[in-house]
Design a protein around this ligand. Sequence first.
Ligand code: AMP
Length: 439
Amino acid sequence: MTELLQMPRGTRDILPVEIRLWQFIEETVVRIFELYNYSEIRTPIFEHTDLFTQSLGHTSDIVEKEMYTFNDRKGRSLTLRPEGTASVVRSYLEHSIHKNEALTKVYYRGPMFRYERPQAGRFRQFHQIGVECLGSRNPILDAEMIGLGVHLFDEIGLTELKVMLNSVGCNICRPVIREQLREFIGDNLKHLCEDCNRRFTNNPLRILDCKKPTCQKYTMGIPMFSICQDCGDHFNAVQEYLDAMNITFVVDNHLVRGLEYYTKTTFEIVSPDLGAQNAICGGGRYDKLVQMMGGPDIPAVGFAFGLERAAMLLQQLGIQGKNPPALTLYVAPQGHLATLQGMELLDDFRRANLRADIDVSGRSLKNQLKAANKLGAEYVLIIGEDEAEQKVGLLKNMANGQQQTLAFSDVLNHFFLGTETVQPIQPNQLVLRGMEEVL
Ligand code: AMP
């Protein structure tokens, strides 16, 4: 016997029982993004590998060990996108959007791919929704970004989240910060993990991001970074705007984020209920990325959040998402002619925006009624063989058991115009043969 195949490690199916919650999150978030004047952008799922190696930095975990990279049939190196910002910037430059718009506000959504060690809240294929605002250095936008994140989580029902904030400086002060950190670690380097020893030379800031308890022990108590005057002023202004917007935040100087493109503001929105992977949302300013990717000197700020983690938190709170609209009608036909007529009626219902379905099993009426009940159908239209001949059906209200015989041409009107306008046929005019006891 052929063995059943399973989904690849680190991926998951989002089944119909869960999808309502995802749709609820997506619909809410899109509505909020539109309120903030953002428009959607859709970029390819795979890109040239160079896009990510150039933008995310060679020393980032993603580029070092997490990319799904493959050669296509012509030998071109392509990569499944591990994040969304690089593609947005590529598209922004490729289509010269910067030449037409002083400020560009876009959001994206979709699957991302990282070869990470799967665990609760961490997958190899996961889904992000992100926003990017390109074209301004104004700290108002950093604060507005954070406010937007808080607002959308509020709207989906996640109110117990915490905003963590930091500034990682710019190209001018970053070398100073790096040196400051190396000095702080000093002789303790030998106690740090292998990855952190490598980071010490390449990108010591990443040491602060290490989740290993030993490494964390030796970086605890690190003083605030000595950022330059410009970065300091910017950071103060962001905090001032956040205060004005009544957004509570915690300054956390360990918050460096995994990607090298960040400058100045970095932030995360975290939940204590997520366990080790406690960040639901992460972002910050990236003033040099557009230039690094060959464009003009255009600053930007953005964030992305993970749908799996948002759904997980909502499930913990018992939030299920919207229920689907009720199934208005279930057609229970007996025989071929009844099925043909039932199909025609079904089409009328669906075109009138009513959810309707038909039994295709050919099973007994009793079992068809059971199926209708399980599906939560409000009404069942029973069409027996004799009824089919006469173009009528027996409409049964599943809530109160009442039933009436209606001409096919009147069934839809019954739902739109009410019972008074359509003439029920007297029950004794027709009998569903052999089904008396079921009805
Ligand atoms: P990042 O792109 O790493 O800044 O991540 C932004 C957000 O995406 C995180 O806060 C998570 O909610 C989500 N995320 C990142 N990586 C994963 C992953 N491997 N599995 C699930 N969610 C993830």
